[in-house]
Design a protein around this ligand. Sequence first.
Ligand code: ARG
Ligand code: ZN
Length: 877
Amino acid sequence: MRKDAGQVFRLEDYRPSDYLIPQTRLTFRLARGATIVVAELTVERRPGTDAGAPLTLDGDGLKLKRLELDGVGNPTHEATPDKLVLTQLPESRSFRVLIETELDPDHNKALMGLYRSNGVYCTQCEPEGFRRITYFLDRPDILSVYQVRIEAPKPEAPLLLSNGNRVAGGDLENDWHFAEWHDPHPKPSYLFALVAGDLGCLRDSFTTMSGRKVELGIHVEHGKEKLAAYAMDALKRSMKWDEDVFGREYDLDVFNIVAVSDFNMGAMENKGLNIFNDKYVLADEATATDADFANIEAIIAHEYFHNWTGNRITCRDWFQLCLKEGLTVFRDHEFSADQRSRGVRRIAEVRTLRGLQFPEDQGPLAHPVRPRRYREINNFYTATVYEKGSEVVRMLRTILGAETFRASMDLYFERHDGQACTIEDFLKVFEDASGRDLSQFGLWYNQSGTPNLTVSPSYEAGILTLDIEQSVPPTPSESRKRAMHIPLAFALIGSSGEELDFSAAEGATVENGVIHVRKRSHKLRFHGVAERPVLSLNRGFSAPITVAMEQRPQDLIFLAGHDSDPFARWQAFNTLQTDALIAAYRLLLGGKEAKYQKDIAQLAGRIATDATLEPAYRALALTLPSETDIARDIGRDIDPDAIFSARSKLAAFIAAANREPFGKLYEELGSLEPFSPDAASAGRRALRNTVLGYLARIDGGADIAARHYNTATNMTDLIAGLGTLAHEHAASSQAGAALADFAARHASMPLALDKLYQIQSTAPGTQALETVRALMRHPAFHIDNPNRVRALLGAFSAGNQTGFHRADGAAYTFFADALLEIDSGNPQLSARLATAFRSWRSLEPVRQEKARQALVSIAAASSVSVDLRDIVERSLA
Ligand code: ARG
Ligand code: ZN
């Protein structure tokens, strides 16, 4: 494990390297215990670098076996496991360096570099894993052409894959064989990949827009080939979509995807050889939920889209991570919107952003979409870089319009193909294509924090006046903020539901339904407005901000029934629910009974049964704000038990008032149709399962949920029944029976057991801690496997507000110990889990102090990784 020297990397310190590596030849001899890697680098001195400059290569825990310079052994050098410095280099501009290192993939538990997962050799190099394979200029602005030779025992590894096209292969002595791969596209080291093992394959092909045939292969465990069919279909749809929507064609003869069972993240876009967490490849109706199908579709698309946004055009340095990630998330969101229901997808995206990114932006881990400093770059694969980064690209499109946006993207690909770029390069393209000045807009990349708009409307004699104030709350190391350019989509809605016109607007630029807020305050006047309108603001969530506006409940009810923008319509009901929940929370804290208005239950009933609305939309509208949503909106002095109680009581109130319509709807939606993973079918299941959640809260609820579980014919319904039983009727005999049944039926299916872990670890209440402790001893639980750990400990800490935030702090202590145990093998994983503490300062004082002590105990432990220490220290700062 790399020890923390407290080193901080800063954006302003970027400087180009003295040397380039135009060509890289790698030879791997894969043998258990001692894998040999020979790297032959063609090194070139950059013009302007003086001949005496040393060549300093990055390493991480490497064992150097042999070193040659232009064919001569043992040149002048200094080597440590983490660095190789060559001095007294030849006068010639270019020379060759040969480096032999020895690795132990079997003992690589950090899952960075070359490791073995379930017997399969695989790699993960982004962001700095390549330096765990060989010494290199391991930075994304060093683009090299790779030729890779893999040698391995044939019975153990009949499949040998790397990037690019396969150019040679054959048998060697002693039952070994080899393959050689050549990738003609110069690429940064983080996109290097190798896979060797014994896997089954689902094959297909895709013919590109210019008529080239691409061989597609998805490699999975033997016997699971059929489970890759949905992923293959998603891949072909992605390839077609990128041609249709962005004019981007694939550029190699083969495209391979490999599913591995030990993986730190979702997937990785290595050139021509994507490596995936198997959770995001394998699916059929019996093993995957509708949410899994949607994630597979999105992630397959995401990694494929990186081929242009990430690989052909890459990042100059890791501060620019959002250049590829924010843009590629935007592209995968647009893909899913086109494949499914745009309105429903948008609501889901916003829920994710608010659930993950807003708390990050509002807590101690806040950072700009393009950070300016880091200690550990792995800790910046965040919701801010990815999700807010995507929203920033979306705002660009809103501001410029779809046509200019597309023209700008064309220019981006044309101008920067083959380069390693910055956010400035990216913004310049949009400025050049549109003729606009985007310097104020650029703050979205450089200033952290969630902007707030306070809007006060008044109407008199045909004139609507909006007083708009913007503010960005202070965030770590940014106490003073500049005013941002916020594109606020809006509509003025008349009493019969139609959009009202206005003759003129003054006080801010208003165009195409968007108010351009650019100053700290605007007084905006709309003239010629026929009646007092109901305001629909931030339609489609045009900006990633919070909006504060006093709105009468009857206006919100009106919007929830009439707004033609699906997001704004959903938002109106969500605001009503949030207001009701917060009011009830305050009553409960004051020792009073929670009270709810009948309106909210009536509206729920109307929406549930409104056949003009898509079922998926209705399901989202009926899903109450989560406990963390509510906590975020309350903001401080949080008592998670009172939030839980307010939320359960509102759900029971809505259920009791709608017993009959909900019961009828549940039955109607239950008529069996053959399974299909498409969005419309999934939407019907989602609505039925949401309604089940309500029915389970009235008399006989346990029986309904048990029947749901027992008659389920797919994983989505099975999990809905199981989750409802385990969370709403935990003490019932039905819950116990269903949990035991599920465990027995899926005993040899780790991905299904993850779902069980997740349900059990998120069962509300203090007893969850004991459940989690017990499950950690479950024979199928392995602390080395990120999926298992996330399903159990990740879900517990981030998804169980009453269980994790027990008032006695016992769960914090337990969790801190678990983090340290995980940290000794996999720092990336422990650091990611530790972000569960990020909102600790918004808790009430007793819990706050206990959480603080847990964080301090981690910081004080004798051996803590750079990754975990970085998160803990920033959280405490
Ligand atoms: N580039 C990958 C993706 O978003 C994520 C890989 C990050 N890996 C890591 N170890 N931090 O598709
Ligand atoms: Zn990505």
